[in-house]
Design a protein around this ligand. Sequence first.
Ligand code: ADE
Length: 237
Amino acid sequence: MKFDILTLFPEMFDVFNHSIIKRAREKGIVELNVHDIRDYTTNKHKKVDDYPYGGGAGMVMQAEPIYNAVESIKEIYGYKPYTILMSPKGKKYNQDLCRELSNIKHIMLICGHYEGIDERIMPLVDLEISIGDYVLTGGEIAAMAIVDSVSRMVPGVLSTQESFENESFYEGLLEYPQYTRPEVFRGMKVPDVLLSGNHSKILEWRRYQSLKITYERRRDLIEKADLSPDDIKMLER
Ligand code: ADE
């Protein structure tokens, strides 16, 4: 899985020099190339923005450095990677979209800043994505959420222990509660069933907890979930 990032703040992506994504990069399963949009300016002061036509507050990122950057990347690879613009106007990101993106071998993410980007970059863009209904100061944190969540879906990135197959959203449900040692912490005891060694009882308890927490907190997910007759019986308990 390969990512190319276009940003005005390349150092922000140093977060991927840690933990699981660092390990995946070292193993060569994930490749991350970060490009400074400022390096693709042609003016003396490396200016990347200007006042909006029609007036109004703030500055708008110019199209030219972004075109230059994309064309340079196109030259390196011989093709244009699937291009995503991070934007609060985009398609709302979720685990289904994450899974779809994890099937694309090479993704380029464009991070906007200031009050927006000149609309004329849109011919370069295959998809606009928003990570939620709130406004960030720039697209970087949104791009990081994409790189992180898509990378962990790539085979070999997570160890079997870290596997995503049992977790929140994998089956469209929220995850059951987890416990580790000690058995009693500040008077709070681990549920007996988890100490019972009865594997089928444990599975049943976890399934019930998942259904219950999803029903309580995210009725919208329950309505979309593919529930078995046993699940429905459990919910009615
Ligand atoms: N840029 C600013 N806010 C954003 C959001 N919510 N999602 C994606 N990109 C953004």
